[in-house]
Design a protein around this ligand. Structure first.
Ligand SMILES: Nc1nc2c(ncn2[C@@H]2O[C@H](COP(=O)(O)OP(=O)(O)OP(=O)(O)O)[C@@H](O)[C@H]2O)c(=O)[nH]1
Ligand SMILES: [Mg+2]
Ligand SMILES: [Zn+2]
Length: 304
């Protein structure tokens, strides 16, 4: 019997698939799939639409087909690796959970994540979590960053999973969509999912561990169904976001605030680096283009 479903969790040896009727089925991947796409650490990703051959006698499903992906978020499996890891596929929205402290999220990390999402035309937003911990200096810092990212075209939200502050602004953004939550370990991705929908209980780090880095409470990504409709993918924290499979000529397009200035550059393929009459470099001098973002842009161009 043939069935259709969506991958909600994959641990390497087994894959959980949500069927059209909302029930879940443990599946195996058809043997020869494993070698077909050797550069990916796992040929299946959360969000993949799959076709399953189901044998009711042993309640076992075998995934026979993976539909082409509309989009996906991909990163290098490890810093120096050539292998890549698809975090999730077929997304409607990618959220990066950012913390100013405990742990600090760097701008380079934020920008690499946004470049990847924008590269695949996935709408992306930043969620500044743990605002209950903000000192006045943190708050100032967050406002400066929010202004930069909003001007670039990325919505920013200020929330606290602990106190519930701002959570009601997130809920309507998620309904009816498949959303990804990514960020460093300890940023509060799992805690936010629980705050957004108390019926969901992904494991969260214990309070005593808050100040430790890289505790990796969530070990496998998993897709959750929201009571109000919609789906969220909770993911394990990542330290770095290594870009992969990006052509340098694609990178200017992935910085929307620079892309908007391109028609005002003298050359229509301007890389905004050495060319004369470049609107981005003029914007930098006038202060209308963020130095922080431009520095990330150069760093990504130079060492993807
Ligand atoms: N003060 C404060 N603590 C928070 C907030 N959100 C999460 N925490 C705490 O931060 C710690 C880490 O939260 P998690 O939700 O486990 O973090 P995570 O991003 O899922 O981490 P990984 O699963 O390791 O990637 C836990 O002790 C949470 O209670 C917040 O808004 N304010
Ligand atoms: Mg987690
Ligand atoms: Zn230019």
């Amino acid at each position: 019997m043939k069935l259709h479903g969506i991958v909600t969790k994959t641990t390497g040896s087994s894959t959980l698939v949500r069927l059209i009727d909302g029930t879940y089925l443990d599946c195996k991947l058809k043997g020869n799939f494993r070698i077909r796409d050797i550069r990916h650490t796992n040929p299946l990703a959360i969000g993949d639409r799959v076709e399953i051959l189901y044998n009711p006698a042993d309640r076992q499903g075998v995934i026979t087909t993976i539909s082409p992906r509309d989009n996906y978020i991909i990163r290098k499996a490890t810093k120096l690796s050539k292998a890549s890891h698809v975090i999730a596929a077929n997304l409607d929205h990618a959220f990066l959970v950012v913390t100013l402290a405990h742990p600090r999220t760097s701008n380079g990390f934020i920008d690499r994540f946004l470049v990847t999402a924008t590269g695949y035309y996935i709408p992306a937003s930043l969620i500044f979590n743990k605002c209950d911990l903000h000192t006045p200096a943190d708050k100032q810092d967050m406002e400066t960053l929010s202004a930069i990212y909003r001007a670039a075209g990325y919505p920013c939200y200020e929330v606290s999973a602990l106190t519930g502050y701002g959570i009601e602004t997130l809920q309507p953004l998620l309904s009816g969509k498949l959303s990804l939550f990514s960020g460093h370990s300890g940023a509060g991705k799992s805690a936010l999912i629980h705050a957004i929908d108390p019926a969901l209980n992904p494991r969260t780090g214990s309070i005593s561990e808050v100040h430790k880095k890289g505790m990796h409470t969530t070990t496998f990504a998993e897709m959750y169904t929201l009571t109000s409709g919609g789906y969220i993918v909770d993911t394990p924290g990542i330290k770095e976001f290594g870009l992969i499979d990006f052509d340098p000529s694609e990178i200017p397009r992935c910085f929307p605030e620079m892309e908007r200035l391109l028609p005002y550059c003298q050359y229509k393929n301007c890389s905004h680096t050495h060319e004369p009459d470049c609107a981005v470099k003029e914007g930098l001098e006038k202060g209308t283009v963020s130095r922080l973002r431009y520095n990330s842009y150069l760093s990504i161009l130079n060492d993807r």
